[in-house]
Design a protein around this ligand. Sequence first.
Ligand SMILES: Nc1ncnc2c1ncn2[C@@H]1O[C@H](COP(=O)(O)OP(=O)(O)O)[C@@H](O)[C@H]1O
Ligand SMILES: [Mg+2]
Length: 587
Amino acid sequence: MPKINVLDSLLASKIAAGEVIDRPASVVKELMENSIDAGASSIGVFLAEGGKRVIKITDNGEGISREDAPLAFMRHATSKISKEEDLDAVLTMGFRGEALASVASISRVTLKTRRRMETEGTLVSIEGGAPPLVSGDGCPEGTLIEVKDLFFNTPARLKFLRSSDSEYGRALEIFKRLALINPKTRFKIQHGSGRPVETAPGTLRDRIFDLFGIAEKDIIEVNAPFVEGYIGAPGDGYPTSKWLLIYVNKRVVRDKSINRAVMDGYGQMLPSGRFPFAIIDVKIPPEDVDINIHPTKSEVRFRNQSFIYDAVKLAVRGAIGSLSAPGRQPTIQNRADYGYNRQFSPFSGPRLAEESASTGYSPGFSEPLPPPLPFLRDEGDDVKNPEFLGLEIVGQLWGEFLIAESHANGGEYYVIDQHGAAERAAFEKLKKRFYGEGIRRQLLLLPERIETTPDEKDAILASVGYLDRMGFEIIPFGPSLNGGGESFLIKSVPEVLKSGRCDRLIGELSEEISNVGGSLKIEDKIEGALMRIACHSVIRGPRQLTKEEGAALLKELARIDFASHCPHGRPVVKKYSRKDIESAFKR
Ligand SMILES: Nc1ncnc2c1ncn2[C@@H]1O[C@H](COP(=O)(O)OP(=O)(O)O)[C@@H](O)[C@H]1O
Ligand SMILES: [Mg+2]
């Protein structure tokens, strides 16, 4: 079965042509990315004269078939996408089908490759973009690509290359960035007869130590919705932003706004003019980011830049904030709230045990912790609307509306929709948790089983990562009893949901979030879903409130940011002045 598709010209022109290769480091990047895409568990890089004379990459990945090997060097030939819609869902590093073609047109390339099931491998050699020569070869499983004499036929380009050491330095930098974000893969790089840099499979934390020599106690884990990684503990920082390493779905990118968000997340914890060490991987559904705006794929465009900025800043701030809460033990529960990865491989085995095992940087922090800085205070304590704190409840109407009196501004009274206010307060809290430490969940003693139609199943699968973060742990449970669909088990629900079955709610939420073909931005969908949960979390229908309950509600109202966007948008509070009353009586 051929694996490589030649893209049609329309799509080919959509993929803007451009310069992919400008120096040895860009060859190293493209070839290493190909090896990563090929599922290699071991990748070796060798350079001679900074890569100007030789760049050799070997991997033990899936290899290329005899039939496909020459095709791989054609422009716009890729096995990774085949139609336009695929551009919205790229999970591989490559997709433009340009790199090998570009490299082959400006150097002398040898490819040796063998797929596991093939007895004989394939050798392809190609020089300056001339037609490839193909023959059999007894090579090991995997792929070796050797690029010699880069830019031999483009002297203008050649002139711009720097010294061997300087070119190697750049290649090493990209090597480290790729090796860092793929810690389960073994990597090795060697320059000439120099000492190789080698790193064994391990965790991201191990890799940070291997490649940068930064110890565990000097880094803080970042594990928040949409954002994972490590940041340097507050300290002196570095004079340049060189170690601010940003990734989007493990793709190496440059993004000024994310850099800014990291810096702003540190706030005053970093001396001004200094930069932190940070590895930030933004995890976002592929359709919410355009990775095809630059030939080298190192710049991306988010559907909503400010959302990403906020998520990163909050994540960094939260990670630093966790330092000043020494009593806080990471629990399985709050870790499990962050299972966003499931969006990509929703049901990849039990994660709880694995996650709890890798939890907990707290043992590393035995030294006394610095006192919390003012900006790290729990923002939940901020009073946004102090006037509610001065209200006195004077009564209740029909068990639904609170009446409260104020002596401010010559006398005012408030009518408060109990249900609306409670719902709004719950919504604000959920939103804060969703973007902060995660929504608290409670395990169900008896998992609830739900049956779905094929459409509902798709909706659940598409939103399972978000639902997980909202506190619903959902796992598939085989074909549906009523035929055609699928059944799922709900193992946990958000803590705020007191009781009751939640099959309908999950149906509504997944439809809202997956909302195929809808035009809503993802954060609007999330807000809509959180509003639904909030609505289900508060008691509906008339009810007499006790004095304490009334006072608690007023306190909640004082904290709500009424300026913030609320999907339902119904008023919660109405205020009347003494004058309104007086004029009604023609006083
Ligand atoms: N190391 C490798 N192992 C297996 N297949 C590879 C490797 N390198 C390249 N290929 C194949 O060659 C094709 C073309 O590679 P490339 O020009 O980099 O384009 P892209 O990565 O954008 O698909 C890939 O789609 C893949 O099928
Ligand atoms: Mg590629």
